[in-house]
Write a protein that binds this ligand. Structure first.
Ligand SMILES: [Zn+2]
Length: 176
């Protein structure tokens, strides 16, 4: 099972721009975080390069076919499984949020806990949730209040489904 690792933004909410900012800003530790949960991004991780400047820049190898090593600053953030095809299977009882492998739908239970990552410091935390008719209610990270979100919007910020892509490959990939 690949656990969902939801990038949680300011105020305990989720949005894609926050997820992108977090991953770009924490590229030095991000692959290690995913790897500790059994998800490998190391083939894309190229440490830092100077790119013919006087500064070292975070670098990635574009995984979409061009195979180039590029500055992470220039990357688009891509959903490996396309945003429009994110889907969930409801299971009875209690459990986590995750998927069997990168091709299968996510699984959600009546209630349980999922893994969130705080965009400010990269700390991970298990957040209790309840699920009802496409919506998920969970405790905000760092707060004692709850938030409710469409489950698919939450899963759009699952770090295990996000990767940097060069803009050219992202364009030719289209909405796939
Ligand atoms: Zn590319």
């Amino acid at each position: 099972m690949i656990p969902a690792i939801i990038v949680m933004g300011p105020g305990g909410g989720t949005d894609f721009n926050t997820a992108r900012t977090f991953i770009i800003n924490n590229w030095d530790v991000f692959p290690g975080i995913l790897e500790s949960y059994g998800v490998s991004l190391t083939s894309m991780f190229e440490g830092t390069r100077d790119f013919e400047s006087n500064t070292q820049w975070n670098a990635f190898r574009c995984p979409a076919g061009c195979n180039r090593i590029l500055p992470l600053d220039c990357a688009d953030l891509d959903h490996m499984k396309a945003r429009a095809t994110i889907s969930c299977v409801k299971k009875p009882g209690q459990g986590g949020l995750g998927r069997l492998n990168t091709l299968t739908p996510w699984e959600v239970y009546d209630s349980g806990a999922f893994l969130a990552i705080n965009y400010q410091n990269g700390a991970t935390e298990m957040l209790n949730y309840t699920y009802n008719a496409g919506s998920i209610t969970y405790k905000k990270i760092g707060f004692n209040t709850n938030a409710t979100s469409a489950l698919n919007d939450l899963l759009a910020c699952d770090a295990t489904n996000l990767q940097p892509l060069c803009p050219r490959c992202n364009r030719s990939k289209g909405a796939k």
